[in-house]
Design a binder for this molecule. Structure first.
Ligand code: GAR
Length: 197
C-alpha cells in the first residue's frame, strides 16, 4: 500500500474526505496530517480519525523558506510518505522541496485549471462572466497551480451566484473529486476523473 501524507492549513474538509476514503481495498493509507498553522481546524479532525498529526509553524521562520522547508522535510521523512496530498495547504513550496516527491505530489485547486491560478478563484470566475466553474486535482510541478491534470469536477454558474455561494457549491465537488483521483492515482491508473453536475 502507498503511504499518504496530507498537508493542510485550515479546516481540513478535503483532508477528512481523503482519510475516510482510504479504507478496505484502497491502495493507499494515511500516515500523517501536517499543518503549517497550529490552530488549523483540520488537526482535530485528523486526531478524531486516529491519523498522526504534526505542526510545522511557518511563522517563526519569517522569510527563511529554506529553513521552513528543511523542518517540513525532516518531519515528513519520519512518516516516509510515497504520495503527498496538498489539501488547502496555503504555502508555496520550492522546486527543491518538490523534487523529493517528484510526480507524487497532488494538489486540489478551486477552479477549472488552467483558469484562475492563485487566489480568489470564485470571484474571478464570476467577474469573467463564466458559465461554468469547478475544481481541479493536478500533479504539483514548480509552476504554481500548473502540472498534469488528474481530474476535474464542474458546475454551472447561476445568475445569482456570489463568490460565497460558489465556494459553498464547489467544496462538495472537491470532496467528491479528490478521493476518486487519489484512488486512481495510488492504483497507477492514469485515466483522468471527470465529474459533471
Ligand atoms: C479548498 O477549497 C481548496 O480547494 C482550497 O482551499 C480550500 C481548503 O478547504 N485550496 C486552495 O485555494 C489552494 N490554493 P479545506 O481545508 O476544508 O479542505
Amino acid at each position: 500500500t502507498r503511504r499518504v501524507a496530507i498537508l493542510i492549513s485550515g479546516g481540513g474538509s478535503n483532508m477528512e474526505t481523503l482519510v475516510k476514503s482510504m479504507t478496505g481495498d484502497h491502495p493507499a493509507r494515511p500516515v500523517l496530517v501536517l499543518s503549517n498553522t497550529p490552530d488549523a481546524g483540520g488537526l482535530a479532525k485528523a486526531r478524531a480519525l486516529h491519523v498522526p498529526t504534526s505542526v510545522v509553524d511557518h511563522r517563526p521562520f519569517g522569510k527563511d523558506r529554506v529553513a521552513f522547508e528543511a523542518e517540513l522535510l525532516k518531519v515528513l521523512k519520519t512518516a516516509k510518505p510515497d504520495i503527498i496530498c496538498l489539501a488547502g495547504f496555503m504555502r508555496i513550496l520550492s522546486p527543491e522541496f518538490m523534487q523529493h516527491w517528484s510526480g507524487q505530489m497532488l494538489n486540489i485547486h478551486p477552479s477549472l485549471l488552467p483558469k484562475y491560478k492563485g487566489l480568489h478563484t470564485h470571484a474571478r470566475a464570476i467577474a469573467a462572466g463564466d458559465s461554468e466553474h469547478g475544481c481541479t486535482v493536478h500533479v504539483v510541478t514548480p509552476e504554481l497551480d500548473d502540472g498534469p491534470i488528474l481530474g476535474q469536477a464542474k458546475l454551472r454558474i447561476q445568475p445569482d451566484d456570489t463568490a460565497q455561494t460558489l465556494a459553498a457549491r464547489v467544496l462538495p465537488l472537491e470532496h467528491a473529486l479528490y478521493p476518486k483521483v487519489l484512488r486512481r492515482f495510488a492504483a497507477g491508473d492514469p485515466t483522468p476523473v471527470t465529474l459533471e453536475q
